[in-house]
Design a protein around this ligand. Structure first.
Ligand SMILES: Nc1ncnc2c1ncn2[C@@H]1O[C@H](COP(=O)(O)OP(=O)(O)O)[C@@H](O)[C@H]1O
Ligand SMILES: [Mg+2]
Length: 319
């Protein structure tokens, strides 16, 4: 399958105040990511909080500046787009955020929220715009009457439907959903997940889906990338990752949900917290918590080892 997006050697840093100690520290949020997203697939990105998933997502839609590396969309490096190019790109690539409470402007009627991207990015007439937003609000399972209301008049699940409708009005090819259901009641998460799947099929979308919910990944994703401390430590087809996880970190993540994975063994409890991305470990980023750590791990950085044509792992155990 052809790549829609291709990310090469991407590094993103934040500078942050060092509190009472004074000075600034550098947070290495994304640390050498190489990742392809194929046309028409759902690629899931998983990993614990703070590992750089949102930073990566924000860089892909150009809300975050990269320190180095490249992100190509249809073979064009989007990190060097001019204003006009960026506008065209933003029509094609849309984001759905985690929190539908803060991602909608509380002072705007739903109609205006949905119209805004069309008014900014197209030359369509008012009538045409109204037609599009009516179609999209119905597409996400809400009625036209909702257009007259304000965000506070809706439940969390309905608000996320509205945020999804807004992401759709420009008819994008690519949608990046950053934990789209984790702020919602468990009882309605499945409805939103099903909606995303339906939209993906109807509009032929490509998805990057950030989630820590392994059951969502198993249900929806074609491939999974496992992220740890700003790096992708394992990537493969969903079935392969669930049946034959290789990286000790992936195994630990999956051991928490034995009903989903081939891993019927004991729960692997990781010791210690995620190290600070301001003070990255030497060698393999996971060695400080790895139950299989051996002499080489703190000293050298593992590179991708090929398990199959589509399954790669950064771990010395498989050399
Ligand atoms: N604007 C920011 N300024 C400074 N540090 C940030 C900023 N945004 C994120 N970080 C830090 O970068 C790291 C990665 O964060 P993030 O990408 O949000 O992770 P995730 O989405 O996987 O939870 C974390 O250590 C986080 O605290
Ligand atoms: Mg996040």
């Amino acid at each position: 399958m052809e790549n829609l997006l291709s990310i090469k050697d991407l590094y993103i840093e934040y500078k942050s105040n060092n509190g009472i100690l004074g000075g600034t520290k550098i947070i290495h949020a994304v640390n050498g990511v190489n990742l392809d997203i194929k046309k028409g697939e759902i690629l899931a990105v998983a990993g614990e909080s703070g590992c750089g998933k949102s930073t990566l997502a924000r860089a892909i839609i150009r809300l975050e500046q990269a320190k180095s590396g490249s992100i190509s969309y249809n073979c064009e490096n989007i990190l060097s787009l001019d204003k006009k190019g960026l506008k065209a790109y933003r029509k094609n690539a849309q984001m759905v955020f985690q929190n539908p409470y803060s991602s909608l402007n509380p002072k705007m009627k739903i109609a205006d929220t949905l119209k805004e991207p069309l008014q900014i990015n197209t030359d369509l007439s008012d009538e045409e715009i109204t037609e599009i937003i009516k179609e999209k609000i119905k597409k996400v399972g809400l009625s036209e009457d909702c257009l007259k209301l304000y965000p506070h008049e809706f439940s969390g699940g309905q608000r996320q439907r509205i945020a999804i409708a807004r992401a759709l009005v420009l008819e994008p090819e690519f949608i990046l959903a950053d934990e789209p259901v984790s702020a919602l009641d468990v009882s309605i998460q499945a409805q939103i997940i099903n909606l995303l799947k339906e939209l993906k099929d109807d509009y032929n979308l490509t998805f990057m889906l950030i989630t820590h919910d392994m059951s969502v990944i198993k249900y929806l994703a074609d491939r999974v990338a496992i992220m740890y401390l700003g790096e992708i430590v394992e990537i493969g087809k969903t079935e392969s990752i669930f049946k034959y996880p290789k990286h000790p970190y992936t195994k630990a993540l999956l051991s928490a949900v034995p009903q989903l994975s081939g891993n019927k063994g004991e729960r692997i409890i990781l010791h210690g917290d995620l190290p600070s991305p301001a003070k990255l470990p030497t060698g393999c980023p996971f060695h400080t918590r790895c139950p299989k750590c051996f002499d080489k791990c703190p000293l050298h950085k593992p590179i991708d080892i090929k398990i199959s044509n589509s399954h790669f792992v950064k771990c010395f155990l498989y050399e």
